[in-house]
Design a protein around this ligand. Structure first.
Ligand code: ATP
Ligand code: MG
Ligand code: FE
Length: 340
């Protein structure tokens, strides 16, 4: 069965055709990064306008690359949240138009469920599973007791991991988004600054990165004031090691409390080489847990992952009417019995 999927939650316009939720026939991604770079972040109005310009082009390319026509499709999936409202609305409107014109079921997909399902292109998901979801706007541990159920176990109290990478990158004079470049710099440096690892002792699965960010900024500013030159590589390596230590420690704690068959690493920051390696090492202590890392080319925003998550939702009888609206603050529920 073929799903046409739309993703426009942030700054990537993407349309994909996915077969049986497991095979990518096409995955067209138009990124707007170059338009947002000079502002050091995504400008919502600019994002919406780009999506409007790109969406039909992406749709045509996705269909022709997959060598299918509308009559071959079985359903339409779309990200309806979380994200920028004006951006989400473009994808939602396009998906509705196709669903209405061709009388196809419309499947609403949570963008974060999509990120998790990028891992589906590596291996079938087995339940229960735990996902470490690290992206530009989110950092959370999500428990999946069964297909199409997502429950938050812990989350960041302040900045998302990707946000911290981007803010720290700005202080280093790197262009937005800085995650990949910091990752590369870190590879050449060593963890020589003693940056904080927040909330490690606390008995929960939550994260915090704003203290680390402040410590980093203070270190750089102080050095500038006294005219001292710091090694960018070492700053990057120290920052990254702190983020990785916190993410891995909390994930391991969650694995002890929630025994699972699989650990899924997903979201834009899942592309981080230091994080991928650290989790691989740590998981050697959990013989019964299979680590599935989202493929590098599917860590960032794309519609193929929405098609995969949408397929599972559809098979679990999720569908929406043509009154589907964007939900910018859409969130997973908290795991049962959690004290928040
Ligand atoms: P969300 O998914 O929470 O709505 P988003 O869609 O904007 O947010 P993604 O596209 O999933 O976020 O991820 C983008 C983030 O990933 C950016 O903050 C970017 O710096 C970060 N990132 C990308 N590659 C790497 C890397 N190798 N190391 C660390 N961070 C990275
Ligand atoms: Mg993006
Ligand atoms: Fe995302």
């Amino acid at each position: 069965e073929l799903i046409l999927a739309f993703e426009t939650s942030c700054d990537e316009t993407s349309v994909a055709v996915v077969e049986n939720g497991e095979q990518i026939l096409s995955n067209v991604i138009a990124t707007q990064i170059n338009s947002h770079k000079r502002f050091g972040g995504v400008v919502p109005e600019v994002a919406s306008r780009h999506h409007i310009e790109q969406i039909t082009l992406c749709l045509q390319d996705a269909l022709s690359e997959a060598a299918v026509t509308y009559s071959d499709l079985d359903a339409v999936a779309v990200t309806y949240g979380p994200g920028l409202v004006g951006a989400l609305l473009v994808g939602v409107a396009a998906a509705k138009a196709v669903a209405f014109a061709h009388d196809l079921p419309l499947i609403p997909v949570n963008h974060m469920a999509g990120h998790i399902y990028a891992a589906r292109f590596v291996a079938p998901l087995e339940f229960p599973a735990l996902a470490l979801l690290v992206s530009g706007g989110h950092t959370e541990l999500v428990y999946l007791p069964e297909p199409n159920r997502y429950e938050i176990v812990g989350e960041t109290r302040d900045d998302a991991a990707g946000e911290a990478f981007d803010k720290v990158g700005r202080v280093l004079g790197l262009t937005y988004p800085a995650g990949k470049e910091i990752d590369e710099l870190a590879h050449k440096g060593r963890d020589s600054f003693d940056f904080p690892r927040a909330m490690l002792q606390e008995d929960n699965y939550d994260f915090s990165f704003s203290g680390l960010k402040s410590a980093f900024i203070n270190t750089v500013h102080h050095a500038q004031q006294v005219g001292q030159k710091l090694e960018k590589c070492d700053l990057a390596a120290s920052f990254q090691q702190s983020v990785v230590d916190v993410l891995v420690t909390k994930t391991v704690r969650a694995l002890h409390a929630f025994p699972v068959k699989q650990l899924i690493l997903a979201g834009g920051v899942a592309a981080n080489q230091g994080l991928r390696r650290a989790l691989e090492n740590e998981l050697t202590h959990f013989n019964e847990v299979q680590l599935i890392k989202a493929p590098l080319f599917l860590c960032g925003d794309n519609a193929a992952m929405i098609g995969a998550a949408g397929y599972v939702a559809w098979k679990n009888d999720v569908s929406a009417g043509l009154d589907l609206n964007a939900e910018p603050s859409l969130e997973f529920p908290w795991v049962k019995g959690a004290v928040k």
